[in-house]
Design a protein around this ligand. Structure first.
Ligand code: CO8
Length: 264
């Protein structure tokens, strides 16, 4: 992997079509404050715009993925307007990540608490280190998961489990997160970034165009009534069927060779 940029808060490396974005504020376990959110947003936009990047992996430096919003920063915010400034930024950056056309993978190397779990809820696939702990402890601070997490969690695990995680604020292990369907894979500590990059490389080898339209079908469809979502899916698969990649994928199968996708 070659490092193409490295500002203080987010490291950005690219190799084999996969960008690795490392949130880099280890002294506070990568807690998110406004400068870190700004750096994350800039890195995400850079990766989104880079034609060499086909998939994006998010991880954290040191022993945490992200230990949440920066509690010291939140505590120093007197008045609703200052809270909302943070709330609006974290919503905007997380929504940007969720809405990316390129596929994303979270490499959860350690603590993913509060805003850290809320961040992983915005990614498509999630690989977690065996000793990592996840959870939404906001309620113990008198807060609730307000970076989009309350809504996203409710739509990703059972309503019963979602309420338990938000109402009790207790941490869960990687295995438990896997059991409830919150994450895709649990791997040994130290292997999580490589495993996520390998997953990213698999995604990078697929048709970028088909993945983009699949993501749109899922994202837009989730906000529509079922009948409209089905019509939208039909429109998206119509675009896919008209593409070179769909032709190439089917032709390659019939010719018993690997497909070579161009992303169009
Ligand atoms: N914010 C700020 N600083 C933090 C945070 C955090 N979320 N988490 C850890 N730190 C700091 C610690 O204060 C400590 O700093 P220092 O060395 O100066 O004392 C340093 O990181 C190392 O942490 P610990 O010594 O506590 O490390 P441990 O290994 O003992 O414990 C834990 C690790 C269990 C992760 C522990 O640090 C912890 O519980 N952290 C807080 C987790 C948490 O409650 N997260 C939720 C935060 S609130 C949130 O995410 C809301 C987001 C959206 C809100 C939208 C509102 C507008």
């Amino acid at each position: 992997m070659s490092e193409i940029s490295s500002d203080a808060a987010v490291l950005h490396e690219v190799g084999d079509g996969v960008a690795l974005l490392t949130i880099n504020r280890p002294k506070t376990l990568n807690a998110l404050d406004l400068p870190t959110l700004d750096a994350l947003e800039a890195a995400v936009k850079r990766a989104a715009a880079d034609p060499a990047v086909k998939a994006i992996v998010f991880t954290g430096a040191g022993k945490a993925f992200v230990a949440g919003g920066d509690i010291a920063d939140l505590e120093s915010r007197q008045g609703l307007a200052h809270y909302l400034e943070f709330g609006e930024r974290i919503h905007a950056v997380f929504s940007l990540i969720e809405a990316l056309d390129k596929p994303t993978v979270a490499a959860v190397n350690g603590w993913a608490l509060g805003g850290g779990t809320e961040l992983l809820l915005c990614t498509d696939l999630r690989v977690v280190a065996r000793s990592a702990m996840l959870g939404l402890p906001e309620i113990t601070l008198g807060l609730f998961p307000g970076a989009g997490g309350s809504q996203r969690l409710l739509r990703q695990v059972s309503p019963c489990k979602a309420r338990e995680l938000m109402f009790l604020g207790e941490r869960i292990s990687a295995e438990e997160a896997h059991r409830i369907g919150l994450v895709n894979a649990v791997v040994e500590d130290g292997e999580v970034v490589d495993a996520a990059l390998a997953m990213g490389a698999k995604l990078a080898a697929k048709s970028a165009m088909t993945l983009r339209l699949l993501k749109r079908a899922l994202r837009d469809g989730a906000e529509m009534p079922p009948s409209a979502a089905l019509r939208h899916e039909q429109a998206m698969i119509g675009l896919v069927l008209d593409s070179r990649d769909a032709h190439e994928g089917c032709k390659a199968f019939l010719e018993k060779r690997p497909a070579e996708f161009e992303g169009r």
